[in-house]
Design a protein around this ligand. Structure first.
Ligand code: KG4
Ligand code: ZN
Length: 337
C-alpha cells in the first residue's frame, strides 16, 4: 500500500459553502456544509449576488472547521480540489480564488473538478465496492444527464435534458403549489399523503431509444391544470397534484436509467445529484432494478445534494492520473462533462 493521500476539497457552485477532507478518494474525514437556504428562501430561489456574498463570509470558517473536525493541518494535505464549474460564476469564483490562494501559499497541487463529475463520485464514497464501468443518472437543480461511466475520468453522455432539469421542475411546481423553496424535498414529503394516480400528467419519453429528457411539457400541464381549477373557483388537492407530478418524473427517470443500464450491460444503475434524494425515485428504481437483475445504488441524502466530499473524491482520482490544474484555472459557468 502506498502513502495515504488526503485532499482538501472546496465547493461553492451554488448555495452551499462546503469544505471536506477526503482520504484516498473514498474515506470522508470531515464534510462541513454551510447551507444558505434560509437566506434565499424569502426570495423563492437562489439570488446569485447574495450567494457570492455569503460564500465570502463563510468560506474561511468552513475550511477551518473541516480541518478541525478531521484533526489535520495543511502539512497533512496532498492537494486542493475545487469545483470550477458548472454553476453561478460569482459563487464559483469565491471557492476557486480561495483554493488557488491556499494551493499557492502551501505549494500544493490545485485540482479543478467538474461539479457534475463530483456528484457521480458521491457514490464511490458511499459504496466502497463500486468500480466503473456503470451507468449513472445525475439529476440536480441544474442538470439531468444519463452518463456511462466507462472508467475514472472517462464519461459518455448517453442523454440529457432538452429543457428544464429534473430538480428545476420540482422547484417550479413546488412554487406553483405554494410549498416554498427548495421544492424537491417539500414535494417529496407532501406527495406521501397524495394519490400518484389521481391526475394523468404527460410523460415525455421522446424518440424511441432516446435517453434525453424533457420536463417543460409536464410543467405546463401541471400549471394548466392548476389554472383551469382556479378559473372554476376550485382549489387543488395539493398532495394529489404533488404525488401525480412526482410519479410522472420518476416514471421517466427510472425507465430511462434502467434501459440505459440494460443497453450497456451495466450491473449497476446508479443515482446522483439532489434529485437522487427523492424517496419515490429510490423506491421505484429499486423495484425496477430487482425485476431486471440490475443493482440500484445511491448515496445518503447528504451526499446527494451539494457537498465538498464528492469533489474531494473526484479530485483524488484526478490527482492520481496526474491531472493538475494551472494557476490560471477559470470558473466556467456552463462547463460540460
Ligand atoms: O445537487 P443539488 O444540491 O444542486 C445542484 O447541483 O443543482 O440539487 C438541488 C436540487 C434542487 O432542485 C432540489 O429541489 C432537488 O435537488 N432535490 C430534490 C430532493 N432533494 C433535493 N428533488 C426531489 N426530491 C428530493 N427529495
Ligand atoms: Zn449539485
Amino acid at each position: 500500500m502506498g502513502k495515504d493521500v488526503v485532499i482538501l476539497a472546496i465547493e461553492s457552485s451554488c448555495d452551499e459553502t462546503s469544505a471536506s477532507l477526503v482520504r484516498n478518494g473514498r474515506e470522508v474525514l470531515s464534510n462541513i456544509i454551510s447551507s444558505q437556504i434560509s437566506v434565499h428562501k424569502k426570495f423563492g430561489g437562489v439570488v446569485p449576488e447574495v450567494a457570492s456574498r455569503k460564500h465570502i463570509e463563510n468560506i474561511s470558517q468552513v475550511i477551518d472547521l473541516a480541518l478541525g473536525e478531521a484533526g489535520l493541518r495543511f502539512d497533512d494535505i496532498g492537494g486542493i480540489a475545487v469545483t470550477h464549474g458548472p454553476g453561478l460564476v460569482g459563487a464559483l469564483l469565491i471557492g476557486l480564488t480561495t483554493a488557488k490562494a491556499l494551493a499557492y501559499a502551501r505549494k500544493l497541487p490545485l485540482i479543478g473538478v467538474n461539479h457534475i463529475e463530483g456528484h457521480i463520485y458521491a457514490n464511490f464514497i458511499q459504496h466502497k465496492e463500486l468500480e466503473p464501468p456503470f451507468v449513472c443518472l445525475v439529476a440536480s437543480g441544474g442538470h439531468s444527464h444519463i452518463v456511462n461511466v466507462r472508467s475514472y475520468g472517462s464519461y459518455e453522455i448517453m442523454g440529457m435534458t432538452r429543457d428544464d432539469a429534473a430538480g428545476e421542475a420540482f422547484d417550479k411546481i413546488a412554487r406553483a403549489l405554494g410549498l416554498g423553496y427548495p421544492g424537491g424535498p417539500l414535494v417529496d414529503k407532501i406527495a406521501r399523503e397524495g394519490n400518484p394516480h389521481a391526475i394523468d400528467f404527460p410523460r415525455a419519453y421522446l424518440e424511441e431509444g432516446s435517453y434525453d429528457f424533457s420536463f417543460s411539457g409536464l410543467k405546463s400541464a401541471v400549471l394548466n391544470f392548476l389554472n383551469s381549477l382556479s378559473m372554476k373557483g376550485s382549489s387543488p388537492n395539493i398532495p394529489d397534484v404533488a404525488a401525480s407530478f412526482q410519479q410522472a418524473v420518476v416514471d421517466v427517470l427510472s425507465d430511462k436509467l434502467i434501459a440505459a443500464a440494460e443497453e450497456k450491460k451495466s450491473p449497476y444503475a446508479v443515482l446522483a445529484g439532489g434529485v437522487a434524494a427523492n424517496s419515490k425515485l429510490r423506491e421505484e428504481l429499486s423495484n425496477k432494478g430487482l425485476e431486471k437483475g440490475i443493482k440500484v445504488l445511491y448515496p445518503d441524502p447528504i451526499l446527494c445534494t451539494d457537498n465538498a466530499a464528492m469533489i474531494g473524491s473526484a479530485g483524488y482520482y484526478k490527482l492520481m492520473r496526474g491531472e493538475i490544474s494551472e494557476m490560471n484555472l477559470n470558473a466556467v459557468p456552463n462547463l460540460t462533462l
